[in-house]
Design a protein. Structure first.
Length: 166
């Protein structure tokens, strides 16, 4: 397999996964990036997926739908750090200059024969995790001086899950 073919293959795998899930997306071809927006429980979640051929990796990054205010950045960074400690996959990042918050999840593949379900799983995790922290970060934008530990324990900011058995 030539380098040009393998580069195209990994990017094509991302597009195939999005197509198989019937997700709308835009291609940024010169960067091997797919951009999309997903309607989640709390907000619309912008997302992009990118292939890194030399690493045999795909990275999926979701972005908070609003910016963290400068007055709230310290509290938001504290909340994100505390949240990262609880995660098994992926991590939250923030740009303290722009106020943007990201969730990044990456998978390195041993070969090009992987199941597209892996890509859709990466996308779903990125959406769910960003949607989960959205109301907490919104609360911090309103009041950065509240106790972070108590804020993160609030259950009223999380969506209720319907039990299929009831």
């Amino acid at each position: 397999m030539t380098k040009a073919t393998t580069e195209q293959d990994l990017y094509i795998k991302i597009k195939e996964a999005f197509n198989s899930a019937n997700w709308e997306f835009r291609e940024i071809e010169d960067k091997k990036v797919i951009e999309a927006e997903f309607e989640a429980h709390h907000a619309k979640v912008p997302l992009h997926a990118q292939s890194f051929e030399e690493l045999m990796a795909i990275s999926v990054i979701s972005r908070l739908s609003f910016s963290i205010l400068p007055k709230s950045m310290r509290s938001a960074l504290d909340a994100l750090m505390r949240t990262n400690i609880t995660l098994n996959l992926g991590n939250f990042e923030a740009n303290p200059v722009s106020g943007e918050v990201y969730f990044r999840i990456t998978n390195v593949f041993p070969d090009y024969n992987f199941n597209p379900d892996i890509v859709t799983s990466l996308v779903r995790v990125a959406i769910v995790e960003m949607d989960r922290v959205t109301p907490f970060l919104s609360e911090l934008n309103k009041n950065p001086n509240q106790p972070i530990a108590q804020l993160l324990e609030r259950k009223d900011l999380l969506p209720e899950f319907e039990n299929e058995g009831s």
